[in-house]
Design a protein around this ligand. Structure first.
Ligand SMILES: [Zn+2]
Length: 160
């Protein structure tokens, strides 16, 4: 299976393992960060990490959009905080490495980023669940760090 690192222009000095970008970092109002943030220049391309099918393509946060893709054995990935233009529609089939969006504009002095969430795919329904604190996500939410680590070492040819 072909796999791709999702943000070729990722600014690697901003680790996705450090606060406030890491999975589980605290947010206002007792919320907890359900994803990992990959800082990148505004408008930089976002790629599908593998072949898949778009489950949901819609508005997300502070005027940005999100594309949620079923990647089969790799699980379900939400690509959040992308720009609304040039994103695939719900139901579209995507190929590994295909551009599925661009890094969106969040405003409020926030660095542009891809906010990425990972779900095992064992649950069904919307990946947002406001009745499931503290992440407010579906029950099969995973720690995105593992997925990103596995994709980054493939890119850098350093997998053990
Ligand atoms: Zn985030």
């Amino acid at each position: 299976m072909n796999k791709y690192w999702p943000v070729p222009d990722w600014i690697s000095t901003y680790s996705y393992k450090q606060n406030p970008r890491n999975f589980g970092s605290k947010r206002a109002g007792g919320r907890v960060h359900a994803g990992c943030d990959l800082y990148a220049p505004l408008g930089a391309p976002v790629l599908a990490i593998a072949d898949g099918r778009v489950l949901e393509s819609r508005d997300f946060y502070l005027g940005t959009f999100q594309v949620t893709i079923d990647h089969g054995a790799l699980g379900v990935v939400r690509y959040g905080e992308v720009s609304p233009d040039d994103i695939p529609r719900t139901g579209a089939v995507v190929e590994a490495g295909q551009q599925i969006g661009k890094i969106g504009h969040l405003g409020r002095g926030l660095h542009p980023m891809l906010h990425i969430e990972h779900f095992s795919g064992t649950a069904t329904g919307s990946v947002t669940n406001s009745n499931n604190p503290p992440y407010s996500r579906r029950s099969d939410l995973q720690d995105c760090t593992k997925l990103l680590d596995s994709l980054l070492c493939l890119r850098d040819k350093t997998c053990k």
